[in-house]
Design a protein around this ligand. Structure first.
Ligand code: FAD
Length: 252
């Protein structure tokens, strides 16, 4: 077997490197190292990388990708990490790939292109005070009301909520089912009335958040996949996220 990169892959790496040398400005590096999340320099960088299709290179072209291989994607992520570009957060890493698998055509058209263009990002909305490793223990509760669900409860350590536009949210939609069969997955606009975001500063320097939902109305069309199958979709989105994490290892 030949384990070397092809000439085309080496050319891609060179192209990404030259782009990063120019576009990863001191402002981007400062924001990356601050551990506070995406600031104005990082958003500008995201849009430039997105314009080249490098945030979501494996996605179909109709949703802003390049239909590139996973090796190409890892070359891009590898170089971004080495050059201390910003993190790609939950939009490209978790929500997008899961919507590609389980979303409706309407959801794909609405949600995916802005992620690929680097215009929006998502915050992972899994953990709660009593639900960490045990994802199935999520309590934040969603009740049907007309065309909406009404959501109440609390999330904890939801890191990107203070700069992302959307919450990739696990919520309980069946109180009687076995706990992992009573969750559903929603895309929630983080500007929705009733959401309160409070900062938590970790000892490691990361800014993360606790997030409160107080009668937050979320349209039913924002549910991704089938009702009460959310545990499985969230687990799959974590699989996507952890692969991306290896590509984001930093040089020491
Ligand atoms: C900086 C930071 C950022 C984060 N960002 C996000 C985010 O953006 N979105 C989000 O949803 N969550 C986020 N989290 C939460 C993170 O996913 C949880 O902390 C993690 O899932 C662990 O949950 P927990 O803290 O409740 O610990 P617990 O689940 O209570 O675990 C405590 C300890 O017990 C161990 N343990 C647990 N269950 C078992 C078992 N059955 N057998 C043996 N050992 C066990 C664990 O390994 C751990 O050592 C973040 C956390 C941190 C610290």
């Amino acid at each position: 077997m030949d384990f070397y990169f092809t000439e085309e892959q080496e050319r891609l790496r060179d192209e990404v490197r030259s782009f990063l040398k120019k576009e990863v400005t001191p402002g981007v590096v400062k924001e990356t190292e601050s551990r506070l999340g995406l600031g104005p320099h990082s958003w500008e960088f995201m849009r430039k990388a997105g314009a080249r299709g490098w945030l979501c290179p494996t996605w179909p072209k109709q949703y802003g990708g390049l239909e590139a291989s996973n090796i190409d994607k890892l070359i891009i992520q590898d170089e971004m990490a080495y050059h201390e570009a910003m993190e790609v957060w939950a939009g490209a890493r978790m929500a997008g790939p899961t919507i590609l698998l389980f979303g409706t055509d309407e959801q794909k058209r609405e949600y995916l292109p802005p992620i690929a263009r680097g215009e929006v990002d998502y915050a992972a909305g899994l953990s709660e005070p009593d639900a960490g490793s045990d994802l199935g223990a999520i309590k934040l509760h969603a009740v049907e009301d007309g065309d909406d669900y009404v959501l109440n409860g609390q999330k904890l350590f939801n890191t990107a909520c203070h700069f992302a536009q959307y919450h990739w949210l696990g919520a309980r939609t069946d109180l009687d089912a076995p706990k992992h069969r009573g969750l559903s997955l929603f895309v929630v606009d983080l500007k929705s009335p009733g959401i309160t975001i409070r900062p938590i500063q970790t000892l490691g320097g990361w800014r993360t958040n606790e997030v409160f939902y107080d009668n937050v109305r979320v349209p039913k069309k924002n549910m991704v996949g089938d009702k009460n199958r959310g545990f499985y979709y969230l687990a799959i989105s974590l699989d996507f996220d952890r692969v991306a994490t290896t590509g984001n290892m930093r040089r020491s």
